[in-house]
Design a protein around this ligand. Structure first.
Ligand SMILES: [Zn+2]
Length: 476
């Protein structure tokens, strides 16, 4: 971005809550069911029906507010947001307007190694609309399975300054929501999506520029790309002497551009008013305290503990805490007696590589945490070398057997008997007199050559430290 301008970005993230049933009726929320099979008179907007708030949805919204440092409103209520669309059978969406469940709060993100605090405006609960399907036929269809699915809308302050910050914020939110178990964060299925308010202003100017709202962003990559495109577009308009107009723009991921959809609507266009079918929500303080006490250790606290208690570097702590099941797995390896740094290294390199290649998650890893700890103990004790350990690991992954059993079965125990190593080394030195002369003349590259030859002769089982020491001794 040109340094002449500064971008100002705020995100509205819609997170689908992981409740078993919808927000105002008992219909299931399972993804991918037969169209319109998960509907009832309430979510189809039949006349005369009465919505009833799903307590779990309220619990999830309050938990999220607590985790994101918000004030939990003791009194909030639902409002009707009136508009007509074929996927909205009531012709209004039940949302929250002037009295949302959570206000204020913040999320800390990492930007170029620095912590940046992004303020939150509010979190409110609302119901999702259904889905219109236009593709592949001459007709349009409406699927109401999604109508009434509980959503949280998490609204940030306009504190973000770059597409990268926006993506980092979105990732951090996803991590926290998944830790809490309130949203599965599955962006492909639309469980987490965002709208971005983007404007630019000349660097140093206090007032905000006119903003455009980008709709329908459903991946981390697209968050960056859509905002990047929009910033460049607005700068171009200003540079050409034009004016940015306030409007809603749709991100077209195939074309990589944002396109004008409609002029931006204002809140008063929706004629919000309190929903007379739903009682106000009065949240009991002691219930909030109970929920607060039930929160899991959150990613920031966990990351800090990994650095201070386990002595891990920042990058390791960040990577291991990004997903709760990975963090739990790591803690189990350490709990079984492994050195934290060694456990972290093996998990982030070998284990993740195998799982990725296999398209598996840590939840269906064929190796148990205690088994990795067992392998690390064998390396620690000098029973096997780090190199042999990789072979053992491969076998463990394929068979689910313990490291010690594999080492025994395949005769992989490291040879630390200096007599045996010396004998093999003498033979190799005798076989390569020219290389030996060059080494003696100071060509240090030959150390690697001889150790390599020795390892080959001893099928990788020689203790490398002893091999190196013996070679040095021979040279003197
Ligand atoms: Zn229903």
């Amino acid at each position: 971005m040109s340094t002449k301008y500064e971008a100002v970005i705020g995100l509205e993230v819609h997170a689908q809550m992981k409740t078993a049933t919808k927000i105002f009726c008992g219909c299931p929320t399972t993804f991918g069911a037969e169209p319109n099979s998960q509907t009832c008179p309430v979510c189809c907007g039949m006349p005369g029906v009465l919505p009833v708030l799903n307590r779990k949805a309220l619990e999830f919204a309050v938990k999220t507010g607590l985790a994101l440092n918000c004030r939990i409103s003791p009194y909030s209520r639902f409002a009707r947001k009136n508009y007509f669309y074929p996927d909205l059978p009531k012709a209004y969406q039940i949302s929250q307007y002037e009295l949302p469940i959570c206000e204020g709060g913040w999320v800390d993100i990492m930007v170029d190694g620095q912590t940046k605090r992004i303020g939150l405006t509010r979190i409110h609960m609302e119901e999702d609309a259904g889905k219109n399907i236009h593709e592949g036929t001459a007709y349009s269809f409406v699927d109401l399975n999604r109508a009434g699915t509980p959503l949280m809308e998490i609204v940030s302050e306009p504190d973000l300054r770059s597409p990268q910050e926006a993506a980092a914020y979105m990732r951090k939110l996803r991590t926290i929501l998944r830790y809490l178990g309130v949203c599965d964060g599955n962006m492909e299925e639309g469980s987490l999506r965002c709208d971005a308010n983007v404007s630019v202003r000349p660097a140093g100017q206090k007032e905000f520029g006119t903003r455009a709202e980008l709709k329908n962003i459903n991946s981390f990559r697209f968050v960056e790309k859509a905002i990047e495109y929009e910033i460049a577009r607005q700068i171009r308009v200003l540079e050409e002497g034009g004016k940015v107009i306030q409007e809603t723009r749709l991100w077209d991921s195939a074309a990589g551009v944002t396109q004008s959809m409609r002029s931006k609507e204002e809140a008063h266009d929706y004629r919000y008013f309190p929903d007379p079918d739903l009682t106000p929500i009065i949240v009991d303080r002691s219930w909030v305290d109970t929920l607060k006490a039930s929160l899991p250790e959150l990613p920031d606290a966990k990351q800090e503990r990994y650095k201070t208690v386990f002595g891990l570097p920042e990058a390791d702590a960040e990577q291991l805490t990004a997903e709760l099941p990975v963090a739990t797995w790591f803690e189990q390896v350490v709990g079984a007696g492994a050195q934290p740094k060694a456990a972290a290294n093996w998990m982030m390199t070998e284990l993740m590589k195998y799982l990725n290649d296999d398209n598996r998650t840590i939840d269906d890893c064929p190796i148990q945490p205690a088994q990795l700890a067992g392998l690390l103990t064998l390396i620690d004790k000098g029973t096997i070398s780090g190199k042999i350990a990789k072979t053992v690991f491969e076998e463990m992954y394929a068979t689910g057997k313990d490291a010690a059993a594999i080492v025994k079965e395949k005769g992989l125990v490291q040879i630390s008997d200096s007599g045996a190593i010396e004998q093999a080394l003498d033979e190799i030195l005798a076989r390569h007199p020219a290389e030996l002369e060059r080494l003696k003349a100071g060509d240090e590259k030959l150390v690697g050559f001889f150790v390599g030859q020795l390892m080959k002769a001893m099928r990788g089982k020689a203790n490398p430290q002893i091999a190196n020491e013996l070679l040095r001794k021979k040279l003197n």
